[in-house]
Design a protein around this ligand. Structure first.
Ligand SMILES: Cc1ncc(COP(=O)(O)O)c(C=O)c1O
Length: 403
């Protein structure tokens, strides 16, 4: 009888809420209630979208062409502009027909795995991972296979560890540099070694390049299919305007890859969501055809905050934070503090410790459980300098009470 059937499908019931969005929402709600909460949860630049991009959107909103459906795979001029931008920024040469414009990088992640995976296919997933990856892989019927790296290797995996996780069901390697949540950036020779290994074993690579312009110090960004060209026909590159142009709310991303896969993903999108909002696509067009001065300005601010945050975190007894070289996150280990007494309580996990910090210090951080590694926190440094110093000081003061 249908009455006995579960209300939700197993597939959807198994998806967990995005922990990063949940922490951010809780911090914003407390703030709205008048509490002086400082949030390190957000995965977005604290800058507004540059004016010239907003102006392009306003103009587009007045153009009747954009009041109608446009091709599901994206505005032709934006697909071409993304192809041109990809060559400019990473050196990968692609045609407009190899670009699919998606509803943010998130939809590109989902569609990449949906297009590649059959039930039971395994995806090797370096861990700590961004929360959305395992859920997208599972939704597509795939099996995420975590390969953990900790602070002793700067959260970077190597071929030996990857090879230990490979089985005959492995179809895809997920590769993300700079990384969310750790800020790790792989060197060119590391990318080459990993890429050659993937090519040798006939694996597909899904590589997320959304933080390509946010690298600091001596670190450099390198695109895996450029470093290992023989991989190009089996690589999907994911990217978007969110982080580079402070455009998280506009929802424009893209997937770049071999034509057959891009066409298949476009077919899926044509039934799921159709074209991305045209006004947003017009804004993205202005962004990717413009220069990179806005991201250069943000990078300077992020770099300054990064150094302040890492220094302050490492001064807290029991906290160990390797220097992140990219994105806008620090990922300190707090393993030594788990189980210690703080203000009459003994948090037994980083989730519990994060809850204690929110209550006692009014600071929101995302616990490492959200990224597959309990015992860590992710802190975004995409917030104002004063709030950053105040927030980390409060955390330091509280954690220094640990006994
Ligand atoms: C690694 C990574 N990839 C993709 C995205 C997707 O960004 P959006 O969907 O806002 O374009 C994010 C956002 O947090 C991210 O951190």
């Amino acid at each position: 009888m249908s009455i006995d059937r579960p209300r939700l499908s197993k597939r959807i019931a198994a998806i967990s809420e995005s922990a990063t969005l949940a922490v951010d929402a809780k911090a914003k709600a407390l703030k709205a209630a008048g509490r002086p909460v400082i949030g390190f949860g957000a995965g977005e630049p604290d800058f507004p979208t540059p004016d010239y991009i907003v102006e392009a959107a306003i103009e587009a909103a007045r153009n009747p062409r954009f009041h109608k459906y446009t091709p599901a795979g994206g505005l032709p001029e934006l697909r071409q502009a993304v192809a041109d931008k990809t060559l400019r920024d990473s050196g990968l040469r692609v045609e407009a027909s190899q670009v699919l414009i998606t509803n943010g990088g998130k939809q590109a992640v989902y569609e990449a795995f949906a297009a590649l995976l059959d039930p039971g296919d395994e995806v090797i997933m370096p861990t700590p991972y961004w929360t959305t990856y395992p859920e997208s892989i599972k939704l597509a019927g795939g099996v995420p296979v975590p390969v953990v790296a900790d602070e002793t290797t700067g959260y970077r995996v190597d071929v030996e560890r990857l090879e230990a996780a490979r089985t005959e069901r492995t179809k895809v390697l997920l590769f993300v540099s700079p990384s969310n949540p750790t800020g790790a950036v792989y060197a060119r020779d590391e990318i080459e070694a990993i890429g050659r290994w993937a090519a040798e074993h006939g694996l597909w690579v899904v590589t997320d390049e959304i933080y390509e312009h946010l690298v600091y110090g001596d670190a450099g960004f390198h695109s895996m299919p450029v470093v290992v060209p023989e991989l190009a026909d089996r690589t999907l590159v994911l990217n978007g305007v969110a982080k580079t142009y402070a455009m998280t709310g506009w929802r424009v991303g893209w997937l770049v890859g071999p034509q057959d896969v891009v066409k298949a993903a476009a077919n899926l999108q044509s039934h799921a969501t159709s074209n991305v909002a045209n006004v947003s696509q017009a804004a993205a067009l202005a962004a990717v055809t413009g220069d990179l001065s806005a991201v250069a300005e943000m990078r300077t601010a992020f770099d300054r905050r990064r150094r302040t945050m890492v220094r302050m975190l490492n001064e807290i007894p029991g906290v160990v934070c390797p220097e992140p070289e990219g994105a806008f996150y620090a990922y300190p280990s707090v393993r030594e503090l788990i189980g210690k007494e703080i203000r009459g309580r003994r948090p037994e996990s980083s989730v519990e410790l994060a809850a204690l910090i929110l209550e006692e210090a009014e600071v929101a951080l995302v616990p490492g459980e959200a990224f597959g590694t309990p015992g860590y926190f992710r802190l975004s440094y995409a917030l104002g300098d004063d709030d950053l110093v105040e927030g980390v000081s409060r955390v330091g003061k509280l954690l220094s009470e640990a006994r």
